[in-house]
Design a protein around this ligand. Sequence first.
Ligand code: NAI
Length: 684
Amino acid sequence: MTTPVRLERDGDIAVIVIDNPPINAGSAAVRAGLLAAIDTLAHDAALQAGVIIGAGKTFIAGSDLKEFGQPLQDPQLPAVIAAIEACGKPVVAALHGAALGGGYELALGCDYRIAAPDTMVGLPEVTLGIIPGAGGTQRLPRLVGLPKAIALICSGERVAASEALALGLIDAVASGDLRQQAVASARRRNGARSLVRDRSAPCCTPAELAAAGAAALRAGRERPAVRAAIEAVGQAAQADIDQGLAAERAMFQQLRLSVEAKALRHLFFAERASARHAALAGVAPRPVELIAVLGAGTMGAGITIAALDAGYRVLLVEQDPAALERGGSNIDALYADRVQRGRLSAESAAQRLGKLERSLDWNRLAAADLVIEAVFEDLAVKQQVFARLDAVMRRGAILASNTSYLDLDAIAGATARPQDVVGLHFFSPANVMRLLEVVRGAATAPDVLATGLAVGQRLRKLPILTGNAFGFIGNRVYAAYRRQCEFLLEEGAYPEQVDAALEAFGFAMGPFAVADMSGLDIAWRMRQSQAATRDPHARYVDIPDRLCEAGRLGRKTGAGYYRYEPGAKARQVDPVVRDVIDQSRAARHLAPQALDDAAIVRRALLAMVNEAALLLAEGVAGHAADVDLVLINGYGFPRWEGGPVFWARERGRAALERDLDWLALVSGAGFVRGDAGVLLQRED
Ligand code: NAI
């Protein structure tokens, strides 16, 4: 049997090579192999020091997360690190690629850390709902001080080698061959040890510690793992290291079995699964070097920035000189702001902007490999634009639309190459939001879809494949959720109660506050355009129409579901809205019922779950967990709850079926009940 760890001898130095492709995950077999190699180092008189290094493209990039939901197998990582510390000979950690989580904790247990310039180090455990459990919270403060350790551990930030050196996270950056330099460094130590555990944490004042803790807690939305991490790092100042290590391990063990940690692991695996599509296996994307963006409005400018940040050359084309000027100066202003805040060097900003060409000339589009259309949301306009693009773009170029609601096939039908047309639905602000829906039209070629996904990844987005259904995945699930919240208004709740309940659940904003921010008129216009085809027997809440008719279009008019004082950010409850709601209930002879917060949240979540089931049954979403990724990365669903599908799975089949029956009953006529079974099949 091959072992994922081997010991190679370089004279009197033991080079311990971890070889567990693809990312050298710190599995049970790796831990056992390390323990055996350290034992050899300790007992072989011909060896005077050791080096631990990764084979392939990385050091240990992280632990094997699959193990975290089950009883942990021995040997566990703390025992491996304890063996290094007790082995009597110096050990050098030679890092490259990623040394994250358990990988970096292992390095912290060594005497010296040398890293290749491409290395990223960090302790991202908190982002998985746990804390470092193998000494990270005790050893890191001994290297960088308590406040910095709190900031790094609570954010889960990954730090590049040069910054890691400046902070003291590593001791050296290798300038040439990493292995040779690590071996030389191990030999130079002449048997002397310099373990992190033997240092004391640099002291700081209680006020500094409290400030670091408060800032981390705020930024980390007061999640249990953040709280525990602060407490554990605090122990490094007070307790003997072995007591601190024991306390840390106990907290880690408790957190790893929490529902929150399970939810975050679910998302971690869901992201990886979302990139796998059986139908696209082995399909090579088309090469893309020059991206054209058509339309320099809100979305066009954001998409341009995202593409420049990813290193693409970009051609921004407009029809309106004033709009080009405005969009262009928005882009310039964003880079100037980043430079001013120290987030980007002036050279990098200039280099990125140097790759942008702004033009009013459509003929320039002939050079582009991919055009992303972001013009007005109007089918006739888009069809006209696509017919023109068809005439000017080179053969094999990809024509993408950023439409939110329009039928991609109707847009593609305006061209003679529907196989080259795809939807790339960005979210606003497009340079910030991670979600990207990649929309498959009826004729879209597999390599065009593969290109959409590949470009999305290069843009550092989370690309999710979706079918061409009204609203795709995100807007469709969100619309079902909002409709259910409108039912709640009719049945007895007021907007402020619904918003408060869902914000307490963890949504960044409740649905009515969101509606006010986006403007109530968009949905109003859409309802008007669908009025003729709507099922006349289906339940229809007229409250938003009444608000729009009264000129209450949301924040932009100073009033919507709430009232907004000029210049003030806060929303205010408005008695006029209550009157509108009361009248609407009275007109339908509905007696208001008392709805508690738990019932509100349950209704809202079930509405999303039901819509997710419908989307899956229709084949619009490929993986059930994609719905979770979309809601979390595009719509403010709280990450630590794992998404509606995770929530549904936690409830179990029987309870879920009962819940959906109940939802169908309370939702009334026109409600289509989904089949819970499709959500529970774990294809991912
Ligand atoms: P916008 O109104 O800010 O910008 C549209 C721009 O397109 C304008 O500058 C206009 O001059 C230009 N334009 C119109 N016709 C053109 C043509 N024939 N050739 C070249 N340029 C032309 O609109 P926004 O908000 O940027 O939206 C654009 C698209 O993105 C729409 O399809 C919209 O549904 C979609 N979208 C918008 C989101 C948002 O939050 N604003 C989110 C996701 C998608």
